[in-house]
Design a protein around this ligand. Structure first.
Ligand code: GLY
Ligand code: MN
Ligand code: MN
Length: 444
């Protein structure tokens, strides 16, 4: 066998780490083993077509195989993992090919040739947990389905990424950035949303059903709908703004990047606001290190936003007043960021520890998905925004802010939609590593 590369060694180390962690967690929670189901695509009601699909995160954590449906991964105490991959003899579809390389060496893959049920566990497992979307599947008697204690402990494990996972996230970022460059170029050349989406997919080398989340491609006021879900076929008559929030999946791991561009017809103030949000996004990233409280950083985002609103004259009061009166939350109603991994909104961000004790977000920030202190190995997105969302700003047109907001300018910017700038950052022992911009700021 040829000597393994550094990447292969890190992949081996990842699987060794998972094996040790699973053994410890299964023992602590009192299970002999766990069978993880990858899941299955839904069949559309009254139809024979299937929706697009992504496998269950705990399955992808081991296999990286985000597209494999009907697979099972068994981890039994004291035994190596065993991957049953669904590969029936089929002339309608291409059967899943056998895993190769490190996965083949470490996960003892075996094809499942017929049926869609759970294979019988090898050996004598008294207390077997089953994880995944198993509703409607015939399961052996006595198995324990989706026990919350086990899921909380495994979610906690998912929060901490090792070097293999960091590599995969960095590679996913590189591909996504190629897509973002092509999207921007297409916009500046006059393309509309659909053609920008196609340019993104082509440059990032992915088919639409395999992206980690539906690409958000919003021109002009569409940039102000946080998860805008359509693609206009015709190009805009005036190109004010483009917001693209789009990623890539590599070896199971997701990039989640947002960029905003001003178009040829943009108001100069919009360009100033993009520069302002970009600047404080980088200042927030500069703060990332172990022990930093993410809720506090989210509050800092509101201070930066308030300062920008005041500096540009959009708000004619103090930054304190803009935050205290709730105005900044109308301009940016979402959280600063979230955990990122084999799911774009990865698990574990709102629990205190492996017990699963809840860490809910503050009342004024219900959309914040990450409420923990940062720690080495966590990967978070940092994605401040500034949007003109009429339904959220409407209440501020009355009352105390009636005269302190420059409503004329706000209305002028409404057909620019909004701004979001999003990077993906790994927390190191003494700082952070921005996987999106290739910069490390630590002394590791
Ligand atoms: N792409 C969704 C998000 O940024 O959270
Ligand atoms: Mn995003
Ligand atoms: Mn995000």
């Amino acid at each position: 066998m040829p000597p393994s590369t550094d990447a292969e060694q890190r992949h081996h180390a990842h699987l060794t780490r998972l094996q040790a962690a699973y053994d410890e967690i299964l023992t602590r929670c009192g299970y002999d083993g766990v069978a993880i189901y990858s899941g299955a695509p839904r069949t559309l009601f009254g139809d024979d077509q299937e929706s697009s699909f992504a496998a269950y995160g705990h399955f992808v954590h081991w296999t990286g195989a985000a597209q494999n449906a009907h697979d099972w991964l068994f981890v039994l105490l004291g035994q190596g993992p065993r991957w049953y991959y669904h590969a029936p003899a089929d002339f309608w579809h291409l059967p899943t090919p056998p895993p190769t390389g490190v996965l083949a060496e470490r996960l003892s893959p075996e094809p499942l040739r017929d049926g869609l049920g759970m294979p019988l566990p090898p050996g004598d497992s008294q207390r077997l947990a089953v994880l995944g979307d198993v509703a409607g599947l015939a399961l052996p008697q006595g198995v324990i389905c989706n026990p919350p204690d086990l899921i909380a402990a495994l979610d906690e494990l998912r929060l901490y990424k090792d070097e293999h996972e960091r590599d995969a996230l960095r590679t996913a970022n590189r591909w996504a950035l190629a897509g973002h460059a092509a999207a921007r170029e297409a916009f500046l050349a006059g393309a509309g949303e659909l053609d920008i989406q196609l340019a993104y997919l082509a440059a990032s080398r992915q088919r639409e059903s395999h992206v980690p989340y539906q690409n958000i491609v919003g021109i002009n006021q569409h940039a102000g709908t946080l998860h805008y879900q359509h693609y206009d076929i015709t190009p805009p008559t005036r190109a004010n703004a483009l917001l693209v929030d789009a990623g890539h999946r590599h070896a199971g791991y997701c990039a989640d990047i947002t960029r905003t561009a001003a178009g040829a017809a943009a108001d100069p103030l919009f360009t100033t606001l993009i520069e302002g949000v970009s600047r404080y996004q980088q200042r927030l990233i500069a703060r990332l290190a172990p022990n930093v409280e993410f809720v506090e950083l989210h509050r800092e985002m509101h201070w930066h936003l308030a300062t920008l609103l005041a500096e540009t004259g959009l708000f004619k009061g103090s930054a304190e007043a803009a935050v205290a009166g709730g105005l900044t939350r109308a301009f940016c109603p979402h959280g600063l960021g979230h955990s990122l991994g084999v799911q774009v909104h990865d698990v574990g961000g709102r629990q205190a520890n492996a017990s699963g004790a809840l860490l809910p977000p503050p009342d004024e920030d219900p959309a914040l998905r990450f409420t923990r202190h940062l720690d080495v190995g966590m990967v978070v997105t940092i994605e401040p925004g500034l949007y003109i969302i009429p339904m959220l700003l409407e209440p501020f047109r009355q009352g105390e802010t009636r005269h302190s907001v420059d409503w004329q300018t706000v209305d002028r910017l409404a057909d620019h939609g909004g701004i979001r700038i999003e990077d993906n950052v790994y927390i190191t022992a003494h700082g952070h590593d921005n996987l999106t911009r290739g910069g490390r700021h630590d002394d590791d």
